[in-house]
Design a protein around this ligand. Structure first.
Ligand SMILES: Nc1ncnc2c1ncn2[C@@H]1O[C@H](COP(=O)(O)OP(=O)(O)OP(=O)(O)O)[C@@H](O)[C@H]1O
Length: 515
């Protein structure tokens, strides 16, 4: 191929009210390279990708594709050019099969169902990500769902694959497989645009990188010649201490006690919890690893009160049985909760940050004699924005207008600020940039050191190893034994996540595991 680049984005600008999301951005991608797009939360990465995929229209600038100017005004145009995108949130219908989901996007190109099923089988096997076309999405693991999304792109005569935070939902083995597939794709000339906050993955995988800061390109580099620290400096403009310092704690007395908690599944996609026994002490962080859909949602709902089990007496907070209590009553006993789904359950998308702060903090002096104390609410929202460096035009921005990582910082800040006795968190730093990850982990550790009992469910094993005092796994509604991270090899945790553990020996009272 001549000097013609696969893609050149020239002087792309996109402005939202009060915010220039992209400011004269230039981005070049060569044939067959894995190119990283890096930047802090709110730097403008998703906006740029959405313009390339035809979801958002640029205000100015042009896109040159294989040497020719193009106008990509909808995703079908992007797909027609051979541009595929896998979003952080998969767009698959649970009740349909793999084939049916793929057919929906391919439209006329899908052909008849037999031909399509054969193509799915051949292509998925060729790229080392085998898929059964007849399986329902609901029965697939997260890694398998991601395969469906990628294979759907591969059937499109793919020339550029855009992946937005693809590894945050994968087990270590699945990450290895994904990287092998990506390398195979690039050998065949396909280019990959890779967005990630996991800098060690970028240095391992990517051939080049463009760095964005506040909507502008601030640099380029070859990640293989950089370290996580040097890339972080380019992103943030200053040094960030990326430490793996694990200050462990044994905790004191038990705050949350779960004894023989079992539930029945109420729907096709629920997982029944089976005889869960777990204690979380004040001043300790318990981490639960697991592949999505193995009961972590159900466990969090049973603890937070989103699911109430009126006939059970399995959970106590500081000795008080809470199974029958509403979420508000549990919050009044000191519970705070960061759910997985930030837009919808963590925050109301259309409400501004003040109202979203009020949602879970109204008990802490924000309401007096039935009246809202507006100045106090604004004060709280501003305090969270400042302390957690949430990038926003102001406290009256709607939650939905924040970038994913900035909204996550706001929700985590709001819950930690309540000084809870028991903090439940699902994926606390999902989609959060490296600087904010460090800040959130510090805030969690400090809260623990002030005596809070903390339970974290995450698929990010680096995170769990870094901050948990005891670590275990959940699989098919059952939990493993819990051990200090130092005595729990990653391979063992991987086996536990796959259900290879003996439930009869599980001792989750947090007594002798540090010995
Ligand atoms: N629909 C919108 N309305 C208003 N502002 C928006 C909208 N979409 C994005 N923004 C703003 O544009 C800026 C860039 O957001 P973008 O989502 O592109 O960042 P990002 O680099 O992808 O961040 P993250 O790593 O957190 O996903 C942010 O300040 C965000 O608040």
């Amino acid at each position: 191929m001549s000097n013609v680049k696969r893609l050149a984005m020239l002087g792309i600008t996109k402005e939202y009210p009060g915010c220039k999301a992209n400011d004269e951005v230039f981005l070049d991608i060569e044939h067959g390279e894995i190119h990283a797009l890096l930047g802090e939360n709110g730097a403008g990465k998703s906006t740029l990708m959405k313009m390339l995929y035809g979801v958002v229209k640029p205000d100015s600038g042009s896109i040159i594709w294989n040497g020719k100017p193009v106008s990509i005004d909808q995703p079908s145009v992007a797909r027609g050019l051979g541009i595929g995108m896998v979003f952080q949130h998969f767009s698959l219908f649970e009740t349909l099969t793999v084939s049916e989901n793929i057919a929906l996007v391919l439209g006329d190109q899908a052909g008849n169902s037999k031909t399509l099923a054969d193509r799915i089988k051949t292509t998925s096997e060729r790229y080392g990500m085998p898929l059964d076309p007849d399986r329902r999405i609901s029965s697939l693991s997260t890694g398998e769902r991601q395969r469906v999304e990628i294979v759907r792109c591969l059937l499109l005569n793919l020339q550029l694959l855009i992946l937005d935070e693809p590894t945050s939902v994968l087990t270590p083995q699945e990450v290895d497989n994904l990287f092998k597939t990506l390398r195979q794709l690039t050998k065949e000339g396909c280019s990959v645009l890779f967005i990630s906050h996991k800098l060690h993955e970028v240095t391992e995988l990517c051939d080049s990188a463009t760095i964005l800061r506040a909507g502008k390109v601030t640099g380029h580099c070859n990640p293989k010649e950089e370290t996580s620290e040097s890339i972080a400096r380019m992103m943030v403009g200053e040094d960030i201490a990326i430490s793996n310092d694990c200050r462990r704690s044994l905790g004191t007395d038990v705050f949350a006690n779960i004894e023989n908690l079992s539930t029945t599944s109420t729907g096709q996609f629920d997982v029944a919890l089976k005889n869960i026994n777990l204690q979380v002490k004040r001043g300790e962080i318990v981490g639960i690893a697991g592949i999505a859909g193995n009961g972590q949602e159900e466990l969090l709902k049973a603890l937070s009160g989103e699911d109430i089990h009126p006939n059970s007496k399995s959970i106590t907070f500081a000795g008080t049985v809470i199974d029958q209590l509403t979420p508000l009553q549990r919050r009044r006993l000191g519970l705070a909760f960061v759910p997985e789904d930030r837009l919808g359950r963590g925050a109301v998308p259309d409400l501004d940050l003040c109202d979203n702060a009020l949602l879970t903090s109204f008990d802490s002096g924000l309401v007096k004699n039935g009246f809202l104390r507006k100045s106090k609410i604004v004060e709280l929202a501003d305090k969270i924005i400042k302390k957690y460096k949430v990038k926003t035009a102001g406290n009256h921005d709607a939650a939905a207008s924040l970038s994913g990582g900035n909204l996550q910082k706001f929700i985590v800040g709001r819950e930690i600020d309540q000084e809870p006795n028991f903090l439940l968190m699902s994926h606390p730093t999902w989609g959060v940039d490296i600087g904010a990850q460090v800040a959130i982990h510090d805030a969690i550790l400090q809260l623990r050191d002030r005596g809070c009992a903390i339970l974290i469910v995450s698929e990010d094993l680096d995170e769990l190893y870094k901050i948990s005092d005891r670590l275990g796994a959940i699989c098919d509604g059952q939990i493993s034994q819990f051990l200090a991270p130092e005595v729990l090899p990653l391979v063992k945790l991987g086996q536990w996540m796959a259900g290879d553990f003996d439930t009869t020996t599980a001792d989750n009272k947090g007594v002798s595991q540090h010995d």
